[in-house]
Design a binder for this molecule. Sequence first.
Ligand code: ADP
Ligand code: ZN
Ligand code: ZN
Length: 746
Amino acid sequence: MEYLVNVVIPPLRQAFTYFVPEEWEKMVDTGYQVEVPLGKRQAQGFVISKFPLSSYQSNDEYDVKSLAELPLEYRSFDPKQLPFFEWIAEYYGDSLSNVLDVAIPKYAPPKLKRLIHLVDNCDTSSLRGLRQKEIVSLLQERKEPVTSSELSKRFKGAHGTLKSLESRGIISISTEEIKNHHLSNSPAPSWAKSTIELNDQQLKVVPSLHAALHQQAHSTFLLHGVTGSGKTEVYLDAILHAQSLGKSSLLIVPEIALTPQLVDRFRARLGSELALLHSGLSTRARWDSWRALLEGRCHVAIGARSGIFAPIQNLGLILVDEEHDHSFKQSEGLRYNARDLAVMRGKFENAVVILGSATPSLETLSNALKKKYTYLSLDKRHTDSPETEIEIVDLTKVKRSEMISPNISPRLHEELTKTLTKKEQAFILYNKRGFASYLQCEKCEEVMTCPNCSVTFTFHQHRNQLLCHYCNLQLLPPEFCPACLSLDLDPNIEPPGKLTPRGSGTEKVFDELCSLFPEAKIDRLDRDTANNLQEYRDVLDRVRAGETDILVGTQMIAKGHDLPGVTFVGVVDCDVGLHFPDFRASERAFQLLTQVAGRAGRGDKPGKVILQTRVPEHSSIVMTKTKNFLGFAKQELSERQELYYPPFSKMLRIVCASQDQNIAFQTLQAFRKHSESFLEKHGYHIMLLGPTPTPIERVKTQWRFHMLFKAGSIQQLNHLLRELRSLKLKTRKVRVTYDLDPYEML
Ligand code: ADP
Ligand code: ZN
Ligand code: ZN
């Protein structure tokens, strides 16, 4: 029988049909990578279906070309994954072609080794010279083939000798593919415990996980455990339990958490079962992991965001650590969220999903409150070190002349001095993402906020304007603070406050600390000092080794590190992130503050935290101090509900960028017009906001505008998204970005 295949060729969106040459007829099938003729060139693609020629129906008479080449003699993905990939394309309004392009790593061609065999009953009497005799006697001793690379290492000039032995029929040479090239079997270091006994609170949560695994049906759990409570141990227990049932597990973690320490901890418990998938690996190592999973040679995979696509066989358990982390959201191209995909994949594969975090996202928490997910909690740290004390320093009560340096208050200075005297370590967080400025009252500290959207107004100095980047409301900045004025006090006795621009802070804390503590070893961790994972690890390794006294950094210092020497954490300015024009600003701030506070006192010495702020009553700050996650979440959820933000609505953001301000704006206007008639035609209810300039209006000479869509029904929103994507409303001069479930609002 003759066959045809449908092939997608990224970045082209549609599929093309090709004829399968007879020699590949039995082999090539869904999941293979192929090279195909495309116009005048040759392109790479993925086979997404195969069918007999007899069933081919086509209106156009163009003649079907043949596949040109087969770079790999095995599949690149498992056909069983196809429904999941198709779902992703459908959900994000993208093409299957693009999904496969993103999901499947670049392949590495097979790596071969040459094996030297001693020919049975060969005549060894004619051996000449020492080298030949040595090689043959080694082969006789081993009784099995030896690689040519080993022989070349042992014997200088082995290459020529082997040739001569082969020509005389004494040895034969074969080639074999090296698999498992990367799958290191090196033993885990001794500090990584190979067994532990679960503690009482862990023992309380594992039975329901075991029960779910036994059922082999889909269910999702939220494991809410304070930092250091032993979530990772619960993951390990669940993985081992899945293994005992013959099921594989997939763990995804934020990229930055993929340190050797984490991997060692898993290796100590799981042995060589482990495959790693993340962007820090070489193409070959990544491809080897991918293939080992595809062929069922590994049963546990640990990966960053893209690990969610791993072709793991017999999947029974998917774990997402730090599920609230925004790095699970891909920020370009196919803007998927790996945490959301984890839950969906669990549905497709009847797998149990565990989402773990000390500060769960409100999306996940609300699913738990609605009982869609099962809520499990670990509310104590594993060690019984004393509770970390969190203190708020109200900067409005500190006079400028009292400040030790522009950013360091007397209390912060005092605690830092104490920490250094005790020879302990400190983390100083300075969240310097403060480029968008806002107006704040000098007196009552009220920040100017949009009445419609409850996001901070962005202050545009050059046009002296306050602008809401969600709904486009524009105001002339008032001279006096409206909050002060509303108190209706006599201006002669109690004058209202003036508004001042704030927020565009400079990177000065490091310098200030260096001059305040000239003896201390101070290090920095931010995007400028750590460009890659290795530099990032080096900075943290220096902290672990006790070589650093104070580490100053951005939110990079807040993530998951277990550094027992750190007893003090200071936050220079809690407020910058708080006043971001983003409806998740409070949630982000709470997560960041709670996570960074969790870095203090993880060893046996007590921890201390100081939060400097101008809004000491803000719930993100107060509830960080009182460690009241649920209290914070419930209050924030009710505000979200009132303003119809996720998780109470589904959101879509469309950004247009162009050199020409008008084109960017008009393209979105056209989207808006078309959306309005589309909604009317289908009777859909979707709220349209904008177009407005984005908070960062101009990036790399491109003017940026955006529109937001809020919908109650994801089906309606998907339908609209696909409709808008299929339109030819844009010209070459504008770049359009579609972002469903957006996290980025700038
Ligand atoms: P989390 O992932 O919640 O931050 P971890 O699982 O990393 O917490 O646990 C924190 C520390 O406590 C780790 O060093 C871990 O080895 C240890 N630990 C957790 N549970 C146990 C246990 N049952 N027995 C011994 N050590 C434990
Ligand atoms: Zn005021
Ligand atoms: Zn607004």
